[in-house]
Design a protein. Sequence first.
Length: 139
Amino acid sequence: MDFGLKGKGRESYLGLVSTFPLATIRSDAHLAEAQKVMDRLLAKGKLDEGAEMYLDALSELVAAYEDLHHAIEPASDADMLRHLMEAKGVTQAQLSRDTKLPKSSISEVLAGKKPFSRQMIRKLADYFGVDVSILAAGI
């Protein structure tokens, strides 16, 4: 398989690399500059093959740096449930009725007093249409 670029795609890729080389990000200042480059590319909308390839590579470099230096803690069960309920526009009472989960259990999770049980995870994943792994991060 040929991964080489030809014509305008090659020119745009090489132009981007010469302006902002693809290299391991080593500082927050470097990260900020990389994010500006990505923002400018994303603001253009449709990109040619070379610009797409460059943006993909730069995105990977940014993600690797952020994962190492700015890791985001997983959301708590309470935060996750609150977000899902808000996104779907349901109350605790409606969630309890629809899932047959005790209202007290839902309240305890939302108050941060107890984590999701395996039974809750299955029912909530089905109800909200999300993968169980999203809700099982705390287990």
